[in-house]
Design a protein around this ligand. Sequence first.
Ligand SMILES: C[S@@+](CC[C@H](N)C(=O)[O-])C[C@H]1O[C@@H](n2cnc3c(N)ncnc32)[C@H](O)[C@@H]1O
Length: 304
Amino acid sequence: MDRLKAVLTEAHERLSSEPELGVIEWLATELSTSFDQAVTDGDVEEFQSFCRSHPLSQILLMDPYARRAFEKPRGYAGDAVMLDYIYRPSSSSLNGLAGVIHQATTTLPNAKSILWRRDYLANLINSTMLSREQAEVLSVASGHMRELDGLRDITTDTNVRFTALDQDADSIAEAKTTYKEYIISGETKSFASLIRERAVTKRYDLVYSAGLFDYLQDSTAVALIKAMFSRLQPGGVLSIANFTRDSHGRGFMAGFMDWCLIYRNEEDLRSLADAACPKASHRIFRDQPRNVVYLELFADRNEQ
Ligand SMILES: C[S@@+](CC[C@H](N)C(=O)[O-])C[C@H]1O[C@@H](n2cnc3c(N)ncnc32)[C@H](O)[C@@H]1O
């Protein structure tokens, strides 16, 4: 932990004397190296408690984004309210050091990947709408559905019906209130119900999930992919996203935000696809900021 100690001390000194975005970016990069070492050595808990007990921790937690992840008011880090700091930044009343940290955590590369994901989903929904008279879309763990901000920017067409499945009724209510021009049916339940309900009663042209698979162990992920895929219409598309093993914020998130994800790379998603839907064709790619990997699975057009 000597290297980690030196990094935290330097970051603390630099932030106290010249608070600027670059210091947080440098700290995040250095922390990723220490985090990877801790993972290799089986010392992640020690890494976390070392970060948390350093005086830098109290400074970084002045940022409401980091603090919400740390405190987990809805039981887990990365809830929909927290993501809105990235999707819908308000002119922050935070100033000084807290303002700099907040600006850093909500605009650095992982945040860019969350915005990229929103825009990617908006484009996917739009292309589904373009090829159908009325598109049926299922979002699993839908949160506030900020991809509809992106959709509004692309098109004024509204020939789409959404099913928004989330365990959090408040998030579904927020989406329905905000995006009144779209038909959104809320289903307040766990994704586990999709796995349990074997008889499929409704099929969709597009089924997607963003911000969920990073929390699921492989066996659950495979079961959920199968359940989502079985709900596709012929010619339908399934899309899931996962933060990568080398994503920029991994050390900062684990060390100071108590936010540990299940990271996956391209080959991990390929294994999930092969286990869940060995016969389906698929596409795997990384986003432009290079922190999130995507799996798209395609239902055969000729299948009934
Ligand atoms: C990180 S947010 C992602 C929200 C949105 N999809 C996005 O990309 O911005 C995670 C969402 O997953 C939902 N969630 C977590 N566990 C769930 C479960 N077991 N079943 C259904 N939804 C769940 C949460 O309520 C939350 O809205």
